[in-house]
Ligand binder design. Structure first.
Ligand code: HEC
Ligand code: HEC
Ligand code: HEC
Ligand code: HEC
Ligand code: HEC
Ligand code: HEC
Length: 343
């Protein structure tokens, strides 16, 4: 999306208003912090290409597509699914309830930035953010991402001695913040869990480093995506430039040292065991989509195996890259639990 003629006309109108009110000092415009008219053109001019690029990239993003925008009509979902709820959070991060909106707007420029209040593209949020389980996420410019990209359930509270399971069981839906920190998986007693700290410790802006900092064709920047799909051939391209700063020897995809293949294979093995144990089911039959099977009185160990599968294989979506060792171990420990002969 670029600034349309309509926007520019409104803009010129507002600038005119500002000029008029300048003599009487009665500020009647919608602009809150009285920026001088000239500052409007720092961003609203034909030559500010960085705004134009950001808009074009954003239009290619899932945030820009806004498929789940309608969830903003529910108070429990508004914080993460549209602009309006996020702004409520920024105004008061300690609030416990949110107001739903009937006209949700996209997670867009004004969600993460406040250019008209600040006159620049500084971020609304850069302070550390708490995950639901209390662990603090502190990765600079990535902190704003984790307001939304975190689990909505704390495994330590969610899983008890006897559990009810249904097709919507799991951390829900964007637990990438938890995974990067290596937390909130179901950890079996007696198993030692690995952790790959480098993707956070050597990456001071976390999510932003890999998802935004390097731009490929239709990837990186404000697409927020590390992959791009060619709509005609359906071929996928991977933005390995995001990795090359550290992994100079990486190939043309993210399967570095075969780790993604290994994680996917463990996931398949675990899914087989879960189906055999009547904990997951293919639904509809033949679709290739597997969901947790409705049941009650499920033991903690069994529920934990379902949780780990949903967390790593369905909801994190990085096939292990966010935290290779933790992802592998969550799957392996669940496999061991469901295969009593393996210890
Ligand atoms: C730091 C950059 C920046 C500055 C300075 C700035 N704007 Fe904007 N403005 C934006 C961005 C980004 C958008 C969103 C563009 C879009 O949605 O296509 C926008 C959108 C708008 C819109 C359309 C509103 C909407 O909801 O789509 C108007 C009107 C506008 N600006 C007026 C102004 C006026 C008047 C000034 C000066 C007083 C100003 N802007 C200064 C960045 C800026
Ligand atoms: C803490 C933030 C947060 C809250 C609260 C939240 N969601 Fe989400 N939801 C997300 C994120 C982030 C994604 C995108 C995850 C991804 O694509 O990896 C998502 C994705 C989804 C999806 C798409 C799932 C898919 O597999 O494509 C649906 C549907 C959804 N959410 C429904 C809801 C509903 C309904 C509610 C309220 C009951 C809700 N969400 C509350 C953060 C949240
Ligand atoms: C989900 C959050 C998010 C949304 C939505 C978003 N941005 Fe950004 N934007 C960021 C982050 C994070 C950075 C810092 C990137 C970096 O440091 O590499 C940034 C950086 C920028 C910069 C570069 C600032 C500079 O000084 O170099 C511009 C310009 C910008 N955004 C414009 C926009 C515009 C225009 C839109 C709407 C089309 C938009 N952004 C939507 C998060 C967002
Ligand atoms: C206001 C909440 C919010 C913020 C802030 C946010 N996201 Fe998202 N993000 C979402 C939701 C919701 C979706 C799913 C969009 C949909 O399906 O409509 C999503 C989708 C995505 C996707 C695509 C996922 C897929 O399944 O293809 C990526 C990648 C992503 N976000 C990365 C980021 C990064 C990086 C940041 C920080 C710069 C960020 N997000 C900030 C809520 C948010
Ligand atoms: C070390 C680099 C790296 C870091 C740091 C990182 N990601 Fe990712 N992320 C990836 C890669 C690589 C993939 C995709 C793997 C694939 O598609 O094969 C991915 C996938 C995703 C997806 C799913 C996108 C899709 O197309 O399915 C989302 C959403 C996401 N990351 C969000 C985040 C958020 C939020 C953070 C910060 C908490 C983050 N990522 C940190 C590299 C990173
Ligand atoms: C800031 C530096 C940095 C960036 C950027 C980075 N990594 Fe890493 N990554 C490391 C370090 C250090 C290790 C541990 C040493 C090693 O295995 O090379 C590691 C480990 C890994 C592993 C586990 C390797 C194994 O054999 O267990 C995978 C997989 C991986 N990275 C993938 C990626 C991908 C894909 C990207 C880009 C999306 C990426 N990394 C970006 C620093 C980084």
């Amino acid at each position: 999306m670029s600034l349309t003629r309509k926007h520019l006309l409104i803009l010129v109108g507002l600038v005119g208003l500002l000029a008029l009110t300048a003599c009487t000092r009665e500020i009647t415009t919608v602009v809150q912090e009285e920026p001088q008219p000239s500052t409007c053109f720092e961003c609203h001019s034909d030559s500010d290409l960085k705004v134009v690029y950001a808009e074009e990239q954003w239009a290619l993003s899932k945030h820009g597509e806004g498929e789940t925008l309608a969830e903003g009509a529910q108070a429990g979902c508004v914080r993460c699914h549209c602009n309006e709820g996020f702004i409520q959070y920024v105004a008061d991060p300690a609030r416990l309830t949110y107001e739903a909106t009937n006209s949700p707007s996209n997670i867009g420029c004004f969600t993460c930035h406040a250019p008209h209040s600040n006159g620049n593209f500084g971020l609304r949020i850069t302070t550390p953010q708490p995950l639901l389980n209390g662990v603090s996420f502190d990765l600079g410019e990535g902190n704003g991402c984790v307001v939304c990209h975190q689990a909505r359930r704390d495994v330590a509270v969610y899983i008890t001695a006897s559990n009810s399971i249904n097709s919507r069981y799991g951390p829900h839906h964007g637990p990438q913040g938890d995974m990067l920190l290596g937390t909130n998986g179901y950890e079996y007693a007696g198993y030692t869990y690995g952790d790959t700290p480098y993707h956070r410790e050597m990456n001071e802006d976390g999510c932003v480093n890999c998802h935004m900092r390097t731009v490929g064709l239709d990837m990186g920047g404000h697409t927020f995506n590390v992959t791009a799909v060619n709509e005609e051939t359906l071929a996928e391209t991977f933005n390995v430039n995001a990795c090359k700063g550290c992994h100079t020897d990486i190939g043309s995809d993210f399967d570095f040292n075969g780790v993604q293949s290994e994680v996917d294979a463990l996931g398949l093995q675990l899914r087989g065991l879960l189906v055999t144990a009547n904990l997951m089911v293919e639904s509809p039959a033949g679709s290739g989509i597997f969901v947790p099977k409705t049941a009650s009185g499920v033991s903690a160990g069994n529920a934990g195996a379902v949780w780990n599968y949903m967390y790593v294989m369905v909801e994190d979506k990085s096939h292990g890259v966010h935290n290779p060792d933790y992802a592998r171990d969550l799957l392996q420990s669940a496999i061991n639990y469901l295969t009593p002969t393996v210890q």
